[in-house]
Ligand binder design. Structure first.
Ligand code: SF4
Ligand code: SF4
Length: 82
């Protein structure tokens, strides 16, 4: 499952440089996660790095992008090999 940044985001900028997949960018008003790039950090880290650093805990799983751990690993392999 990709993660999603909710409107509670305070634009503190700390998550963006932590993402190993470059999935986090500034959107129109708050930061956004590209679900095609987010692997929940699988393949890189044991825990989602953005969630680890977010001071307001506003990065839940995105129910519209449900993926198994296997699917996330396939995504990781595509991102790193492609
Ligand atoms: Fe990036 Fe990992 Fe956060 Fe997904 S969970 S947006 S891959 S830092
Ligand atoms: Fe927003 Fe959290 Fe990222 Fe800060 S760490 S920019 S509050 S999502």
């Amino acid at each position: 499952m990709a993660l999603i940044i909710t409107e509670e985001c305070i634009n503190c900028d700390v998550c963006e440089p932590e993402c190993p997949n470059g999935a986090i960018t500034m959107g129109d008003e708050i930061y956004e996660i590209d679900p095609d790039l987010c692997t929940e950090c699988i393949g890189h880290y044991g825990e989602p790095q953005c969630v680890e650093v977010c001071p307001v805990d506003c990065i839940p799983k995105d129910p519209d992008h449900e993926e198994s751990e296997e699917a996330l690993m396939v995504k990781y392999e595509k991102l790193t090999n492609g």
